[in-house]
Design a protein around this ligand. Structure first.
Ligand code: HEM
Length: 152
């Protein structure tokens, strides 16, 4: 969980103008601490190298690996305090819905996480940031499972 999300708002939960400024600053600090665009670029690029070679995952991407890599990078950057480019281009993430057309079995989840693990290991993050990112990715990947059947 990004640290900028942990803080409580004041005024019975109403977000004040001051809080908005704080939030922007905390988001920027989070993104910076993670290595910014350059880190997310390396992370998703390394992840996609694994995906391309994966016999279960690769066919799902219908040869648009570069587009998929961009979308995942923009999404992760936005989630972790970076620019809102993902939502500007794609709208609300609705990730469960966007993944509904793929057969995401526990095996597909494991493979996705396995490629992500390699990418995270090579990202050179500070240990507590790496742990936060990894916990998030595991939870998100678990939530994406939408079938237990390997075939239709
Ligand atoms: C659990 C296994 C998963 C599988 C097999 C999987 C597979 C896919 C596939 C095949 C696509 C289409 C590629 C494209 O054209 O964009 C996709 C898109 C995407 N995935 Fe996943 N995914 C998984 C988990 C996740 C997780 C955990 C996240 C987020 C943390 C994520 C974020 C995204 C995003 C942001 C897109 C682009 C959505 C869009 O804007 O259309 N995926 N995924």
């Amino acid at each position: 969980m990004p640290f900028f999300r942990k803080r409580r708002t004041r005024d019975n939960g109403r977000v004040t103008a001051n809080d908005d400024t704080d939030l922007a600053a905390r988001r920027a600090a989070q993104f910076e601490a993670m290595g910014g665009h350059e880190m997310f670029d390396r992370l998703t690029h390394r992840f996609y190298q694994g995906v391309r070679e994966d016999e279960v995952l690769a066919p799902m991407y219908e040869d648009d690996f570069a587009g998929g890599e961009d979308r995942l990078r923009m999404f992760l950057e936005q989630y972790w305090g970076g620019p809102f480019t993902y939502s500007e281009l794609r709208g609300h993430p609705r990730l469960r819905m966007r993944h509904a057309k793929f057969r995401i079995t526990p095996d597909a989840r494991d493979r996705w996480l396995q490629h992500m693990r390699v990418a995270v290991d090579e990202a050179g993050l500070a240990p507590e940031i790496e742990q936060a990112l990894w916990d998030y990715l595991v939870r998100a990947a678990d939530a994406m499972i939408n079938t237990l059947e390997p075939r239709p």
